[in-house]
Design a protein around this ligand. Structure first.
Ligand SMILES: [Zn+2]
Length: 674
């Protein structure tokens, strides 16, 4: 139970009257704000309207309530509820203070999932991190902004620096509101046609042409949450005159790796006469600026993001013993962004403009690596339409390498590409299983049968051998360029890796006829040593693309996991035990549910997997209900079983929970990810 008692000493001026916070954590967790309000005798509150629903409970005094120009008396004991956007104010007509409690809330986003914003954020944050792990993507630092001490203060300070710029002001501007509820509309709350290119778009950003919009300039706007025609209104927000920073952004684009497509978009945008962007918005979710005159507005999430990169750099610095400071960015930093084309404006234009305002003396050196759209069955991925491949459905230790390789092969670099499940499977079967794996296991068998399972020493070198070694050196050069900073291209890296295998398969076939002929045995062992050198190059070169495969391949060649990038192609040391025969590097099976559940529980609790045993109970491991919600979501999406929080945090062990899910899941229809 939480009790809040009216305290006249804890009031502050707001809306022309005295307001005091009602601190009710449980209420706030549901997205409801609460305040005490006091209107002094003969005083009145400022008329205001907002997009929240609001309820007044009058506890003392009497006065007049003026709503949309109608006036009626009110007195203690009355409860009044306002619809969003009803203009209202209170006048005290009595001789005592008029006291009331007010509760306000938005029927806003996250409602469609029936969860609070905090729960939704916690859920997706856990999901994203879990999918990264399943994908073997190591994350050095992962900012969970609402759980990171110092983050909120940091973003506020950053915004305060930005806000002192002469190009930033609190200004009245046109805004769009729901025609029924009066909810402020921006981002995903509104759709329409792009004012620039006419494509269907959401608020603030067109995915097709990459140009920002202001929601108010959408053609035929439509609120996501209602069918009423949106209406225009005026609202004060922090506003950035971005046009004024055009020359700074262009100068920034002379520094790092900036695709021509980014430069063209920038040129197009800064041809506009004005480009005034609201950088704060009415919302119950986000960080409020310091000393903001705008109640209920938060820093635009994209400005928040600009700071988040610097915050992340500081955090990484702490982990590696470097004194990097978010509030004092270093000119020596090389920052590399990876982003979808539809976010180009935010990453490559808006962020550097904010950096210029916040840190005028810093010259940020940033590379931008773009992904165009990656389609699924020739249509855009859409999580809301469930037109998607869910990482946790398809990623496991035996599939992750082939999926990573295929994604590298087909990454949308400079053009849209398409994923189709059947084409991926055909590629995996023909390329990775029938070509790579067949060569590697065949090589292992030849080492066993001809050399007792150990790497032979090279003998006599023919001109073809020397030429083949030079060719492998060429492949190493290709890989070095395509995985390096300046020429980064996963398409090219994947082709260079496959090129090694194609080269060595052809080389082996050419050399094969002399195998077993005594006269040529010294040449034959050189050829085999070169095939092993190619396998070793494949292990080293594949490490960034397929770390699991690369580690296993290296182990089969008697080496530890590749940790440094090779400068030359080298032979496997003669006498090394070779374990390639009979290995399966690429396959299609899935792990049992138990193992999967242990991994999800370990992630939710941020524990190493080996600290979570099948015999543990989740509550015994200290799992909170918020963490259990994340697990519950994952279980639902993985198995289709809606296990309750009570079941998760009850008496069952992880093994028993897995059995429960197995039994319940087998009763549901499995939809193959095709
Ligand atoms: Zn457009």
């Amino acid at each position: 139970m939480i009790i809040s008692t009216y305290d006249p000493d804890r009031l502050h001026r707001s809306y022309g009257i005295d307001l005091g916070e009602i601190d009710m954590g449980a209420v706030e967790a549901l997205g409801v704000g609460a305040n005490w309000g006091r209107v002094a005798p003969a005083g009145r509150s400022d008329a205001h309207q907002h997009d929240e629903t609001e309820t007044f409970v009058i506890v003392q005094g009497h006065g007049d309530l003026v709503v949309d120009s109608g006036r009626r008396p009110v007195w203690s004991g009355m409860v009044i509820q306002f619809e969003p956007f009803e203009t209202h104010h209170l006048e005290n007509t009595g001789e005592d203070d008029l006291l009331f409690a007010t509760f306000y809330w938005r029927d806003a986003p996250a409602r469609s999932e029936g969860r609070t914003p905090a729960e939704t954020a916690a859920h997706y944050s856990a999901e994203i991190l879990a999918t990264h792990k399943l994908m073997d993507i190591g994350v050095d630092h992962y900012t969970v902004s609402d759980q990171d001490a110092g983050y909120v203060d940091g973003v506020r300070d950053f915004f305060a620096r930005v806000a002192t710029s002469p190009f930033v002001s609190v200004a009245d501007g046109d805004a769009l509101f729901d025609g029924e509820s009066g909810q402020y509309l921006y981002e995903v709350d509104v759709t329409g046609s792009c004012p620039t290119c006419g494509s269907a778009t959401g608020g603030n950003m067109c995915e097709e042409c990459g140009e920002p919009n202001f929601a108010t300039d959408l053609v035929d706007p439509q609120a996501t949450a209602s069918t009423a025609t949106p209406k225009h209104g005026r609202i004060a927000r922090y506003s950035l005159a971005l046009r004024e920073l055009g020359p700074d952004v262009v100068a920034h684009h002379h520094m790092g790796r900036v695709p021509a497509r980014v430069k063209e978009l920038t040129d197009r945008l800064f041809r506009r006469e004005r480009l005034d962007l609201a950088i704060s918005h009415p919302s119950s979710w986000g960080v409020e600026p310091i000393d903001s005159p705008l109640d209920g507005q938060v820093i635009w999430v994209w400005a928040d993001m600009a700071y988040r990169f610097l915050h992340g750099i500081e955090a990484v610095g702490r982990e590696v013993g470097e004194d990097w400071r978010a509030d004092s960015p270093d000119p020596d930093w090389k920052i590399v962004h990876f982003l979808g084309f539809d976010n180009t404006f935010y990453h490559a234009i808006f962020c550097p403009a904010l950096y210029k305002l916040a840190y005028p003396d810093w010259t940020p050196d940033i590379d931008y690596n773009l992904n165009e759209f990656y389609l699924l069955d020739d249509d855009k991925f859409s999580t809301s339409r469930r037109h998607a491949v869910w990482g946790k459905d398809v990623l496991n230790p035996s599939t992750v390498d082939s999926l990573r390789f295929y994604l590298s092969w087909t990454r949308p670099e400079g053009r849209r590409t398409n994923f189709a499940w059947s084409r991926y499977e055909a590629f995996r079967d023909e390329t990775l299983i029938a070509t790579w794996q067949r060569w590697l296991t065949d090589l292992g068998e030849r080492v066993e049968s001809g050399y007792g399972g150990v790497a032979p020493d090279a003998g006599v070198w023919t001109p073809e051998h020397t030429a083949f070694l030079a060719r492998l050196d060429g492949r190493l050069g290709e890989l070095t360029t395509s995985l390096g900073q300046d020429g980064f291209s996963l398409n090219q890296a994947a082709r260079a890796l496959h090129g090694i295998v194609e080269d060595v398969v052809a080389f082996g076939q050419r050399e094969q006829p002399v195998t077993g002929i005594g006269e040529w045995k010294d040449e034959a062992r050189t050829a085999l040593a070169l095939e092993l050198a190619a396998a070793r190059l494949l292990a080293n070169g594949a490490m960034p693309v397929m770390p699991r495969f690369a580690t296993r391949l290296a182990a089969c060649l008697g080496a530890s996991p590749p940790a440094t990038w090779p400068s030359t192609v080298t032979l496997v040391a003669p006498g090394t035990q070779i374990g390639l025969a009979g290995q399966t590097f690429f396959a299609v099976d899935t792990p049992p549910l138990q193992e999967w559940l242990v991994e999800r529980v370990a992630e939710a609790l941020q524990l190493p997997v080996d600290e979570v045993s099948l015999g543990s109970r989740l509550v015994g491991l200290g799992m909170t209900s918020l963490q259990a919600i994340a697990v519950q979501y994952q279980v639902l999406e993985k198995t289709g079983v809606d296990v309750t929080i009570e079941e998760l945090l009850g008496e069952r062990t992880i093994a028993q929970l897995a059995a429960l899910l197995d039994a319940a899941g087998s009763a549901t229809v499995e939809v193959p990810p095709a």
